[in-house]
Every structure is written in structure tokens, then in C-alpha cells.
Write a protein that binds this ligand. Structure first.
Ligand code: HEC
Length: 101
């Protein structure tokens, strides 16, 4: 009884952890899906000339403090559309963007 109880506690701790842990790899897939239409993604610093006037590369965005990045992705402004990202999607994207530095 005690044994199965502690197993259950352990299992729920693992689930809770994976729900909050940001995952740069998932963020990368999300960026491919949602951001690549408008932003240059990845670590390629040499953006095509046509993007120089447009949205910043995600690599350059990595210089933003994570809290500012989060605030922006929750409520995008300017010419960027609101993509209605979930908290965990935003955390994954921030982890990915941070990895581009
Ligand atoms: C439909 C095109 C479009 C898509 C899709 C898009 N963006 Fe943007 N994004 C823009 C534009 C345009 C700007 C410049 C906004 C401005 O300065 O008015 C921008 C700006 C930004 C900025 C800079 C904000 C700042 O204050 O400097 C960040 C960060 C950003 N986008 C992240 C993302 C991420 C992450 C995704 C994918 C989840 C994404 N964007 C998807 C068009 C887009």
C-alpha cells in the first residue's frame, strides 16, 4: 500500500514537472510551424536582404530579456499577429530562442 502510494506520488511529480519544463526542441518545432513564415529562424545570422526591413530574426530577438519576450508573446503588438500561444508553448519558444544566442 505504502509502496504504491509513493509510486503514485512520484508519477504525479514527474507529470507535473514535464508540464512546466520548457523544451527547446519543442520550441524549435513550434518556431518552424508558427514563426518561420515571417521571421528568419535558426542561428543563420545572414538574413536575406528582403528581411532586413521586416521582422527581426529570432536570433536577434534572443537578446531580449526572457520576461520581456514572454510579455510580448502573450500580447504581441505592432505588426505582429496574436498567435494565441499557450503558456507552455511560449515557455518552449523562449527556451528555443535562448538557445540561439
Ligand atoms: C505574420 C507574420 C509574423 C509571424 C507569424 C510571427 N511574427 Fe514576430 N513579428 C512580426 C513582425 C512584423 C514584427 C515586428 C513588429 C513591429 O515592430 O511592429 C515581429 C516582431 C517580433 C518580436 C520582436 C518584438 C520586439 O519588441 O522587438 C518577437 C520577439 C517576435 N516577433 C517573435 C515571434 C515568434 C516567437 C513567433 C512565432 C511564435 C512570431 N514572432 C511569429 C511578424 C510575425
Amino acid at each position: 500500500m505504502i509502496r504504491s502510494l509513493s509510486a503514485a506520488v512520484l508519477a504525479s511529480a514527474v507529470v507535473a514537472h514535464s508540464a512546466v519544463a520548457a523544451d527547446a526542441q519543442r520550441g524549435s518545432a513550434l518556431a518552424n510551424q508558427w514563426c518561420a513564415n515571417c521571421h528568419v529562424i535558426g542561428t543563420d545570422a545572414t538574413a536575406p536582404a528582403s528581411t532586413q526591413q521586416g521582422p527581426p530574426t529570432l536570433r536577434s530577438v534572443a537578446a531580449m530579456p526572457p520576461d520581456q519576450l514572454r510579455a510580448f508573446l502573450i500580447h504581441p503588438h505592432g505588426k505582429m499577429p496574436d498567435l494565441s500561444l499557450s503558456r507552455s508553448e511560449i515557455n518552449d519558444l523562449i527556451a528555443y530562442i535562448g538557445s540561439l544566442k
